[in-house]
Structure formats: structure tokens, C-alpha cells
Design a protein around this ligand. Structure first.
Ligand SMILES: Cc1cc2nc3c(=O)[nH]c(=O)nc-3n(C[C@H](O)[C@H](O)[C@H](O)COP(=O)(O)OP(=O)(O)OC[C@H]3O[C@@H](n4cnc5c(N)ncnc54)[C@H](O)[C@@H]3O)c2cc1C
Length: 440
């Protein structure tokens, strides 16, 4: 491995590198050899780019027994994120989080229990409770999201608060160093082409970090995807998000899907007083064109009248207050990781329409699988890229059991729910037979 000369982090001010060994709790202890290797020589067993949902959970998992790997986690912004993504964790994600020993991250963030969905079709609702097996974890028999009363449960929350809790746990781990740094490109070996680490900017200064294995988990707008994944990302609509205050949902403790003439609207409580509204706006929608007042015009003239009466006042208030944000709804099928020294995971490698809120469940279940596949008994040396790539091929096929169901369901339900007119009415007959009827 390359050797880097550097100044010890402790001598820099303000610190950009955070590790348990340098936090006040550990101040009196001598830093371990591995901490020095990370902080002084910028070298670790595993280098992870992106302290988001996947990157943070993976860092914690492989820093802990039986892995006990030395981990560097690079993140461009350690400030609590304020985003409209990743706010409802399905029961399968709750179970995976428990499997990883991270369930405490759902506490002390004012999270809300989710028992299922309420689908409202032209004003008439039908409850779809989570089925008994909704909390199954990838490759396991466990059903950890089940409550004492036997029903699986999901959780919804402010994304930023959940990420903060995950990062707090990472910072407690002695085997992890967290660094606020923006990664710019990968470092490759000139002879073998193997990826050795990354170049980055730390507080505006050029910096470099190395790992036996580099994990790229830099999310939906991945900087590296174009070079390593041959497929294009397909995005045909955006979710526009509003935060509603003190709204009374038709069925509390449930996610709501509102269907009518337009594309679907999602509603779920993310805190005691706050409810997220996500409105799907397909590309080129006439009612959202600038001559019709843009997206705001569409929300006011088309979406607002279609909402249940109990939601209208707070939706209108949020619209007037104007904190409207959007994210692309993307689709990217998974690819096998084939690059020696590096693996790409999370949204960087695989995305589905967020209608069904499956992204975090996929990410945590992927970490559950990697916990098993990268076990030191199978992969004693993370620098052995031949073995890693073999395990990554196994990962690709093993994750299909759960992930392909989530991916296909998300795309299929979106195609169905975003359809309009007669095609939607005839497709929804099975739903309407459950008590949710189209207008006569
Ligand atoms: C509108 C919308 C709503 C959604 N709602 C849900 C939901 O309710 N439930 C659900 O399960 N899923 C939802 N998802 C999907 C979910 O948010 C993602 O699947 C999940 O966040 C993916 O995790 P990740 O770790 O791959 O990426 P992220 O969580 O986005 O993490 C990527 C991290 O990388 C960092 N980063 C990026 N570039 C760099 C760089 N160059 N250097 C250093 N760091 C970098 C970022 O700052 C970020 O912290 C939604 C998605 C969208 C678009």
C-alpha cells in the first residue's frame, strides 16, 4: 500500500477528521496503531465515500465484530441534511436495521409508527395493512419489525434526524474515522488499473485517502457512475415536496396514496406535527407548464381540489409559505461490480421509483448481505480483489430475492398509478373490488 506523509490531524484547527480516538471520551487513551494508520497515513482496510444511508450503515457493520476492519468514511457535508428523501422506512428496513444492531437510530428522533397504507381513489379509501411477512430480512428467517401484537411496523421520520443518529453511532466506533471531504476522483494503480483510493478536497485543500477496498456510496447523483456503470439513469418525473403542519390524516399511522386524474400524491407523517406531501409531476405535464403557472399552478389548480377535505387547508398553507422542493424520480437497474479494488453500492448502483419507499430497505438489506459475504473467514484479505469480485457476483444474485421484488413493484405500481382515464379504472378493478370504487 502507498505510504503518505501527513500532519497528524490533532495538530490541525479546526479538525476535519472525527474519530472516536480523537473525541473527548477517548482523549486520555493512546491512539491505536490502526487509528494512527488512518489519521496519519490516510490508509485503512475500507474507504467509504458517502456517509448517507448505505455508507454509514456499512461502515459501522464492518468496523464491528466479527469484521473489526479499520474504516475511513468520507462525507462532503456532515451537517444534518435537510432533504425530502428517505423518510419512510418499510418493515423490511426496520428488521434489517435491527439485524445490524442499529435500531436505536429510530429512537429520540420523534419517529412515527407506520402500520400500512391507505389508498384513496377518487375520494374513497381502502386500508392495506402490512402483511404478516412484511418484515422479512434478506437471506434470513427473522421478522424483526414485528410488534408484540404480531403486526409488522415501519417508521417514518425526518431524514436528516435519522442520518444524524446513524452518524453519531459511527462516531462512537473506535475503528472508524469520519472526515468531511468532497471526493473528486478515484486513484488507480498505473500498472494494474486497480482502484487504490480517492482524491478529494478537504476544507478546499487537495487530499488523498487509500483503502484496500474502496466503496462508492455517493447517492443518486453519483459522480462516478458514468465511468463504471454502462446504463443510463431514466427519470420521467419528479417528486415535489411540501411539509404540512398539524394535518389530521384520514387514517393515522398509515402512509397515504391519493389517486385521481393526475399522477399520485403521497402523504405520511414524519414528526408529531409534520406530514410530508410528495406530489409526482411527470415531465412535460401541460398543467405544470409556465403558461399555467408552473408546478405551483399545477399544485393549486389540479392537486389541491383532488385532496381529502381534511388535508386541503394545511396543503394550501404550505403552498403559500412556498418551501417547495423537488427531486428526480429515477430508475437504474442493478449491475454486477467488476472493478478490482472498488465496489459501488446504494443509489449510485441501483434505483427505483420512490413511490413505494423502498430505497432505504434495499440499502440496509444490502448491508445485511455484505456483512455475511465479506466476513473475514471468507475474505481474510480485502486487498484480494479476485475473491472480492467473486463475492460481489454472489451479492448480485443473492440480493435479487428481496431487491428485485421491491424494484419491480415500485416501477409497476408507478406505471399503474400514474396511468389515467379508462386504463387506470380498468387496471384498478382488483383494488376497487376491495372497497375503493371509481366514480360512476
Ligand atoms: C423523492 C424521494 C423520496 C424518497 N423517499 C424514500 C422513502 O420514504 N423511503 C425509502 O426507503 N427510500 C426513499 N427514497 C430513496 C432513498 O432516499 C435512497 O434510496 C437512499 O437514501 C439511498 O442511500 P445512499 O446511501 O445510496 O445515498 P444517500 O443517502 O443519498 O447518501 C449519499 C451520501 O454521499 C454523499 N456524497 C455525495 N457525493 C459525495 C462526494 N463527492 N464526496 C463525499 N460525499 C459525497 C452525500 O452527501 C450523501 O450523504 C426516496 C428517494 C427520492 C428521490
Amino acid at each position: 500500500m502507498p505510504y503518505i506523509h501527513d500532519t497528524p490531524r490533532e495538530s490541525q484547527s479546526p479538525p476535519t477528521s472525527l474519530s472516536a480516538a480523537s473525541s473527548p471520551t477517548y482523549e486520555k487513551q493512546e491512539p491505536s496503531a490502526e487509528t494512527l494508520r488512518r489519521n496519519l497515513h490516510h490508509e485503512s482496510d475500507v474507504l467509504i465515500v458517502g456517509a448517507g444511508i448505505l455508507g454509514t450503515a456499512l461502515a459501522i457493520t464492518i468496523a464491528r465484530a466479527p469484521h473489526n476492519r479499520s474504516v475511513t468514511l468520507l462525507e462532503k457535508a456532515l451537517k444534518e441534511p435537510d432533504r425530502i428523501v428517505g423518510e419512510l422506512l418499510q418493515p423490511g428496513g426496520v428488521s434489517a436495521l435491527k439485524e445490524l444492531g442499529l435500531e436505536q437510530c429510530l429512537e429520540e428522533i420523534d419517529s412515527i409508527k407506520v402500520e400500512g397504507y391507505e389508498v384513496i381513489y377518487y375520494g374513497q379509501g381502502v386500508e392495506i395493512a402490512y402483511p404478516a411477512n412484511a418484515g422479512k430480512v434478506a437471506g434470513k428467517d427473522s421478522n424483526g419489525s414485528q410488534t408484540k401484537e404480531g403486526r409488522p411496523q415501519g417508521r417514518s421520520f425526518h431524514h436528516g434526524r435519522f442520518i444524524r443518529r446513524l452518524r453519531e453511532v459511527a462516531l462512537q466506533e473506535e475503528n472508524i474515522t469520519v472526515v468531511e471531504s468532497t471526493v473528486t476522483d478515484v486513484v488507480k494503480c498505473g500498472y494494474t488499473g486497480n482502484i487504490l483510493g480517492v482524491n478529494c478536497l478537504t476544507q478546499g485543500e487537495k487530499d488523498v485517502w487509500f483503502g484496500q477496498l474502496t466503496v462508492l456510496a455517493d447517492g443518486y447523483a453519483s459522480k462516478f457512475r458514468r465511468e463504471y456503470i454502462p446504463r443510463p439513469v431514466v427519470s420521467k418525473s419528479r417528486f415535489w415536496g411540501l411539509e404540512l403542519i398539524d394535518v389530521e390524516l384520514p387514517r393515522p399511522l398509515h402512509g397515504h396514496v391519493i389517486l385521481g386524474d393526475g399522477a399520485p400524491v403521497l402523504l405520511y407523517q414524519i414528526g408529531t406535527r409534520e406530514t410530508r406531501a410528495l406530489v409526482d409531476v411527470p415531465e412535460g405535464l401541460e398543467s405544470a407548464s409556465s403558461k399555467n403557472g408552473g408546478v405551483k399552478g399545477h399544485l393549486r389548480q389540479v392537486v389541491l381540489p383532488s385532496l381529502p377535505d381534511c388535508i386541503k387547508p394545511s396543503f394550501e398553507r404550505a403552498l403559500e409559505e412556498g418551501k417547495l422542493r423537488s427531486m428526480p424520480n429515477s430508475f437504474l437497474p442493478p449491475s454486477v461490480n467488476r472493478f478490482p479494488g472498488m465496489i459501488m453500492l446504494g443509489d449510485a448502483m441501483n434505483m427505483r421509483h420512490p413511490l413505494t419507499g423502498g430505497g432505504m430497505t434495499v440499502a440496509f438489506n444490502d448491508v445485511v448481505l455484505l456483512k455475511e459475504l465479506l466476513n473475514p473467514e471468507i475474505v481474510p484479505d480485502l486487498g484480494n480483489s479476485k475473491v472480492i469480485l467473486k463475492q460481489m457476483e454472489r451479492f448480485h444474485w443473492k440480493r435479487k430475492n428481496l431487491t428485485s421484488v421491491i424494484n419491480i413493484l415500485a416501477q409497476a405500481l408507478y406505471s399503474l398509478f400514474a396511468a389515467n382515464g379508462t386504463s387506470l379504472n380498468s387496471s384498478l378493478n382488483p383494488v376497487t373490488n376491495k372497497g375503493c370504487r371509481p366514480p360512476t
